[in-house]
Design a protein around this ligand. Structure first.
Ligand code: IPE
Ligand code: IPE
Ligand code: MG
Length: 255
């Protein structure tokens, strides 16, 4: 991994020479299990190969100068999987932090973790804190790790914290704004994702960044996460750069 270029360079050329900035990409890394099953491998093998793919995609994101990448690593509903798979996914997170943190740090990447930490075992919580603290002063790409994350849970926690402040009289109900809600989400300070990519052919959010994705562009590809590669990533970004985002307004052509 090399240190990423100035964020001002993080634009992708459009066919006509214009550039659409893409600051933040969300990755729903899906299909590890199906990828493995199709090869007669175990689901754990699928997750292991998924981690290899993740490493390559982080390097690629740094290389091309993305400012933020959010990876959906473990959802608040993934606890519903068999206990052996859950504990394997926990061990994979541990392995990722222990083996990859120094390379990530050297690449000037800052790590930020979103999700409910209370539900995680203390050892994992500690590792996540260490990863954030080691990389907090880095000025390159921010890697947002969504772990034990679910948007409904995140929004519920934000609403609860506002309700507490209203109950104590610290804020008036009328003072509750979209900005205040956004500031109380785990992603506070992080720009909304411009593009959300989901692999493996599923076309749903599965509780990922629901508030933040209000105006995100979506890109779905058939390939499973372990086979998602640099070319597939570039293809998604090229597709994004050909889209027109209107945010409820009118097309520039219509004005
Ligand atoms: C994504 O792959 C990884 C996680 C959810 C942790 P899956 O494990 O969901 O793979 P499929 O969807 O069963 O193929
Ligand atoms: C979403 O994938 C969660 C992650 C990628 C971590 P799932 O495989 O859990 O989603 P569903 O169950 O197919 O909606
Ligand atoms: Mg899945």
């Amino acid at each position: 991994m090399t240190a990423n270029p100035d964020p001002a360079d993080s634009v992708l050329p459009l066919p006509d020479g214009k550039a659409a900035p893409v600051r933040h990409v969300g990755l729903i890394m899906d299909g590890n299990g199906r990828w493995a099953q199709a090869r007669g491998l175990s689901r754990s093998d699928g997750h292991r190969h998924g981690l290899d793919s993740l490493r390559r995609m982080i390097r690629h994101a740094v290389r091309i100068g993305l400012e933020y990448v959010t990876i959906y690593s473990f959802s608040s509903e993934n606890w519903n999987r068999p206990e052996t798979e859950v504990s394997f996914l926990m061990s994979l997170l541990r392995r990722f932090v222990q083996r990859d943190l120094s390379e990530i740090h050297q690449a000037n990447v800052r790590i930020r973790v979103i999700g409910d930490r209370e539900g995680l075992e203390p050892g994992i919580r500690q590792l996540l804190v260490e990863a954030e603290q080691l990389t907090r002063a880095n000025s390159g790409m921010t890697l947002v790790v969504a772990f034990n994350y679910g948007a409904r849970d995140e929004i519920t926690r934000a609403v609860r914290s506002i309700a507490q402040d209203v109950a104590t009289g610290a804020i008036e109900p009328d003072a509750v704004t979209q900005e205040m809600i956004g500031d109380r989400l785990d992603t506070s300070g992080i720009p909304d994702p411009d593009l959300i990519i989901r692999t493996s052919g599923e076309m749903r959010l599965s509780n990922f960044l629901m508030w933040q994705a209000a105006y995100s562009e979506f890109y779905f590809c058939e390939c499973h996460w372990p086979e998602f590669d640099e070319a597939a990533f570039d293809k998604a970004l090229a597709d994004y750069s050909s889209r027109e985002r209107r945010f409820g307004g009118l097309s520039a052509k219509a004005l």
